[in-house]
Ligand binder design. Structure first.
Ligand code: CCH
Length: 288
């Protein structure tokens, strides 16, 4: 029958579009009392933390493998709170058991960016899951308490340049810090469930002061004291080579969307051994 054949044959773009839509429908389901009403930001963070462990010298880490399913990687400090996102992905996997977790988690990031009005992200399937032995060592993801030297150490290790580091950092338009996860508190922008270039605009336009509290050192905007910047975010305007791109992206949302879209797509592919000829897919949003 048709259904039996479908399971045996290689999934096609329409099968991934169906997974896309299932994830998109979950973004706000049951999120009425969660953060700002959407699981989108935490899904973006899962996709990024699954991918950002890549080391270009050894070819280890990256989204291939989905090794954050296992301790120790799930217990790394940087991954605190991502169980929320993995649990949502688990419910999707029950409906589409043919997709690898590593494809699913990266696709989740694509869905979240697009549904929150961000750019279209090209995405390719082909990741396979690995076992616990492939877990990344702790310390590969950035530490928010550090400065520009640390940002370069971490991102150059993955193969990025300064422009791309700034573009990727623009994802902090989304979501917030959670005191029970990272220790940091508050959103970066006034619209944390909408993908915009506001992170860059606010970074330049607001006056930022140290927040007086018992938590980790972070900045707050002087005017409303409701927004935050991490020390690593502030490093983007302290460092000349980074600030150049903050200025550009603050003034040109279209350029930011294009550069972010390309970089995010590549981020999700670091270290992935795609089959030759695997074509990039571009998914339609729910509203399209
Ligand atoms: Fe980030 N990020 N991120 N980040 N991040 C946090 C939250 C989000 C750093 C630290 C933190 C990227 C780069 C960096 C998101 C996407 C990206 C938090 C708060 C910290 C701390 C976590 C919490 O408490 O829940 C540092 C340091 C860097 C260095 O560059 C990049 C790159 C991306 C994606 C492309 C998103 C989205 C969030 C919000 C998560 C949520 O649950 O709201």
């Amino acid at each position: 029958t048709g259904t039996a054949l479908k399971k045996l044959s290689k999934p096609a773009e329409k099968d991934y579009q169906a997974v896309y839509e299932a994830i998109a429908e979950k973004l706000e389901e049951g999120a009425e009392n969660y953060d700002d009403g959407s699981f989108g930001p935490v899904l973006v963070r899962l996709a990024w933390h699954a991918s950002g462990t890549y080391d270009k010298e050894t070819g280890t880490g990256g989204s291939n493998g989905a090794t954050m399913r296992f301790a120790p990687e799930s217990d790394h400090g940087a991954n605190a709170g991502l169980k929320v996102a993995r649990d949502i992905m688990e419910s999707i996997h029950k409906r589409f058991p043919w997709i690898s977790y590593s494809d699913l988690w990266t696709l989740g990031g694509v869905v979240a960016i697009q549904e929150m009005q961000g750019p279209t992200i090209s995405w390719r399937p082909g990741r396979s899951d690995k076992d616990v032995a492939a877990c990344s060592p702790d310390g590969r993801l950035p530490d928010a308490s550090k400065d520009q030297r640390h940002l370069r150490d971490i991102f150059y290790r993955m193969g990025w340049n300064d422009q791309e580091i700034v573009a990727l950092s623009g994802a902090h338009a989304l979501g917030r810090g959670h005191p029970d996860r990272s220790g940091y508190s508050g959103p970066w922008t006034f619209s944390p469930t909408m993908f915009t270039n506001d992170f860059f605009k606010l970074l330049l336009d607001e006056k930022w002061q140290w927040k007086k509290w018992n938590g980790p050192e972070q900045h707050e905007d002087k005017k409303t004291q409701s927004l935050m910047m991490l020390p690593t975010d502030m490093a983007l305007i302290k460092d000349k080579s980074f600030k150049k791109w903050v200025d550009i992206y603050a003034n040109d949302q279209e350029k930011f969307f294009e550069d972010f879209g390309n970089a995010f797509s590549r981020l999700l592919e670091l270290g992935v051994p795609f089959e030759e000829g695997t074509k990039p897919m571009r998914f339609k949003t729910l509203n399209a």
